[in-house]
Design a protein around this ligand. Structure first.
Ligand SMILES: [Fe+2]
Length: 445
């Protein structure tokens, strides 16, 4: 039976509450005396994000859906925007520059009370409100996915927090498919077409950068069956990968030298052996897990291997196209994501072996494409033909069409299921190391 419009609206409210629970749990992981820490130099202190998630929802919905008055304009402004400095300039604010935790929490509760009182009648009457300039369902989806994206980027941030600054939680042991040893190799993808993006007249929610739908032709290429593993990356390191200038672009080399980078940021050296620094503990480096590295490091590995990261269109074709010229909803077929299909949707805090989910292979047999770590592409983040920014959030994508960000596809262990749709595009700066992102390589014929 088809869901009615009011079912969809009610589920949006439930999803908003679920997303709040998700981010509340993350802040609860942090010891109270660490909430004013800044685990990543390029980002705000943790306390900012407590206020930001509510300020975003309130600033987005307050006038457009409710015409309500602000009860704390200073905080609406203070917590409005995150940061992503591209010029090397780092924030210099001090903990004492921020309001007390009690004041921030009071603001958060105030926003939730104001929103929830007003959302119920609006969503009950959604058919009317969905016909206006700002459809309630679109704004709610923006609020939900914005929060879920922060649930992921907050995990990157808390990952960098020292273990004794956070509380450990039980991590579920991966179940399902018995991990196989990855026997990699490359898979031939014949030349053909692939459709990217979403149609504007469709009914699926997407961010501004996912429109407009368009089809491109991709010449034949070969792509790695799996993401590059820690074992493979170690071969690159042992071969002098970080010491040989010829593998690096001039900008990447200068960055690596000036920041004294000699290994992936998630690796540590202890007792003469490499270890994985996980969310809550350190373990001997798991050889079959995907390596997480910056775009700069991924590109250097690819150059050493005589290959390159895929373009966005190549990645999309390897994931979703079929040999008979059709296109799948997900790499494995039409079934929606669940934990048997990959390492995503908050099931795990850390990666799994790259060969752990053979039942999620694409039609061409490429594995582990959704979850277990984003995958860098060689495509700079640019608008699709027909792009138009959301009037209510003009800078969401357009501020990053600067040639200084690269598209990532797939998803990580901390990517929510709703963002595993084929059209979803993620992007980061090429020398930002803290993302749960690895890569696989292609060979062009
Ligand atoms: Fe944000």
């Amino acid at each position: 039976m088809l869901a009615t419009q009011s079912d969809v609206q009610a589920s949006l409210f439930t999803r908003l509450l679920d997303a709040r629970r998700r981010t509340d749990e993350l802040f609860d992981l942090v010891r109270p005396d660490a909430l004013y820490d800044r685990p990543i130099a390029e980002r705000h202190r943790i306390v900012f994000y407590i206020g930001h998630l509510e300020a975003f929802d309130w600033n987005l919905l307050r006038e457009r859906l409710f015409r309500a008055n602000s009860f704390h304009p200073d905080f609406d402004h203070l917590f409005a925007f995150g940061i992503d400095p591209v010029d090397g300039g780092l924030p210099t604010d001090q903990p004492s520059d921020w309001p007390s935790l009690a004041k921030v929490r009071e603001y958060v509760q105030g926003v939730r009370d104001e929103l929830d009182d007003r959302l119920a009648p609006i969503l009950d009457n959604a058919r009317n409100d969905d016909s206006g300039e700002f459809p309630a369902s679109q704004l709610l989806n923006v609020a939900i996915e914005h929060r879920l994206m922060h649930a992921e980027t907050l995990a990157y941030m808390l990952h960098q927090l020292p273990f004794d600054r956070k509380r450990s939680v039980e991590t579920p042991v991966p179940t399902g498919t018995h991990p196989r040893t990855a026997v990699g190799g490359a898979i031939e993808i014949p030349g053909g077409s692939i459709t990217l993006g979403l149609p504007r007249n469709g009914h699926q929610f997407g961010w501004d950068n996912e429109f407009e739908e368009h089809t491109v032709t991709v010449p034949a290429f070969a792509i790695d069956r799996y993401k590059v593993t820690n074992r493979e990356y170690l071969e690159f390191m042992d071969a002098g990968g970080y010491r040989n200038r010829s593998f690096w672009s001039a900008e990447d080399w200068n960055w690596k030298e000036s920041a004294s980078i000699t290994h992936p940021v998630f690796w540590t050296r202890k007792d003469g052996a490499w270890h994985w620094r996980g969310m809550f503990t350190e373990i001997p480096l798991p050889p079959d897990w995907p390596v997480y590295v910056s775009h700069a490091e991924a590109s250097a590995f690819a150059r050493w291997a005589g290959k390159s990261p895929p373009t966005e269109a190549q990645w999309q074709r390897a994931a979703y196209a079929t040999p008979d010229g059709r296109q799948r909803d997900y790499p494995w077929g039409p079934e929606p994501p669940n934990s048997s299909r990959g390492n995503f949707d908050f099931f795990s805090w850390d990666p799994m072996p790259v060969a752990a989910h053979p039942n999620c292979a694409s039609a061409f047999g490429v594995e582990d494409m959704l979850g277990n770590g984003w995958e860098w592409t060689s495509t700079p983040f640019q608008p699709f033909p027909g792009f138009a920014p959301f009037s209510f959030y003009p800078g969401y994508s357009a501020n990053f069409f600067d040639g200084k960000h690269y598209v990532m596809k797939g998803g990580s262990p901390r990517t929510a299921a709703c963002m595993l749709r084929a059209s979803f595009r993620n992007w980061f700066q090429p020398r930002y190391q803290y993302v749960y992102s690895g890569f696989r390589c292609v060979q062009n014929h």
